[in-house]
Design a protein around this ligand. Sequence first.
Ligand code: G6P
Length: 611
Amino acid sequence: MCGIVAYVGHRQASEVIIKGLKRLEYRGYDSTGIALLNGALNVYKKKGKVSELESYLKGLDLDSHIGMGHTRWATHGEPSDENAHPHYSATKNLAIIHNGIIENYAALKQELLRKGHQFLSETDTEVFIHFIEDIKEKEKCPLDEAVRLALSRVVGAYAIVVMSFENPDLLIAARKGSPLVVGVGKGEFFMASDATPIVEYTNEVVYLNDQEIAIVDNGKLTIKNVANLPLTPYIQTIDIELEAIEKGGYEHFMLKEIFEQPRSIQDCMRGRLDAASNRLILGGLREYIQKLVHADRILIVACGTSWHAGLVAEYFFEEFCRIPTEVEYASEFRYRNPIIREGDVVIAISQSGETADTLAAIELAKSKGAIIFGVCNVVGSSIPRMTHAGAYTHAGPEIGVASTKAFTAQLTVLNMIALIVARQKGTITEQKYHEMLVEMENIPAKVERALALNDTIKTLAAEFKDVRNFLYLGRGYNFPVALEGALKLKEISYIHAEGYPAAEMKHGPIALIDHEMPVVFIATKDSSYEKVVSNIQEVKARKGRVIAVVTEGDTQIPKMAEFTLAVPPTIEPLMPLISVIPLQLLSYHIAVLRGANVDQPRNLAKSVTVE
Ligand code: G6P
């Protein structure tokens, strides 16, 4: 959601922080700010992107060895200079940056207003730092103790960093529900919402757990929890390569990530799948795999693109494992008092591993005794740490807000899980199982072939860049792909797009079709091919403009469609891994031609850590 970065050490803090904020900008980007200690505790903040803050800072004396910065995705109060973080306390001796929501801030604010506090912003965060200072003055205690006492009284989610004018070598951070990582360098420390701003300086990190407070004071890191229990910092070594978080010659992260898919799918299978020896192993599942094998029902919870991956997985689990499967929006699941019986297994899918709704759904399912599996991309994030077992997607850092390579990696992992379970259950024949493994190994090369459509799609995008609506239709395994294609387009180009099962078109969306309406059919050769051909006829009869994703060698649909995009053939369950590629490229090129900010589309955030 919001991005946090803080630094103390021998470098110029402002340089580390601005660079870090740029790396974190994908998390939120409606306003930014920085606090430095140079003579006073100075806060500089601006509505807009990090580049705007940078221009504002030009020429100022920013000399400081300690500081913190924030890039915001508004929750309380519109994006503005005032609402941007950091926020000062009443005396301006303290400043805070915050990711998350303090739910009881209104009551705290009333309490403080009665005491004469004045607030400059509409944010819950400003209330929080006033509250911390108020406790510090009342209790006459050190700052870390005041932070701890304040945290024990707030309700909500937070990752915070606090700085003080009176303690020029002190940074205090804490988390509950929002991620926070502490980087441990040689005589220097970093704090950030994820490891991306840290990896170029150190690969030694400590992931804070919920309710933990990290205190860096005079070059020493100590950790305790909100209950005041001292804890030993658990330092982990991470292996994110710097090039993985840079654009590497591509114009946008999204394009880079689309083109990375042959490799990310390969990385996802590496060491896990070997068709020659018929071997398929997911180490993180081993201990709990029997729970899945004997599951009466699988419940999948996720949001956004991960929810679409869940819809494809529903087909995998029902077809291969014969286990009834339901796919739920995490946000709906948790407020529905869902029925979870013994024998139900929950699978949570999340790229970031931090999505608040998905986390809350897991907590609820856990409280009802369910066994939870996680399918996540970000190593060390909250969901993998909350689940009983799981498998990482190993797609590498995904920075573009619109998810692409994480989706195909999720499909790859979910397919592998289904095959392992099906084989143990005996619901798949050895021949089919082997055929699946062989074909999975072929997928990266086929994705590469689908990527060769890039130039054609660029031309196609020019043709459709000014339309106002799009319809995406598919059946079976390609139905979730239609939803994903529509989501990609609306996310980054702001064109209204809807995905539907092709057969449902006649129950409503057909009313929208006229000579201006582009309809994207995902019409690859599969068991519902003939039916989709009929659906294309129905659109043509109403003068709709048909763009069809077909299988190479198809001669029938190209005669009917205005544009065809031919992708390599594969077996039906694996087609989404290939058929989604042209749709990702189509939305990308349309958005670029419309001048939209592809990597940071308006109003969206990569990792949504608020409900
Ligand atoms: C946000 C992102 C989407 C993503 C969704 C779920 O809305 O913009 O791209 O699909 O969150 O995120 P997750 O990290 O849980 O997969």
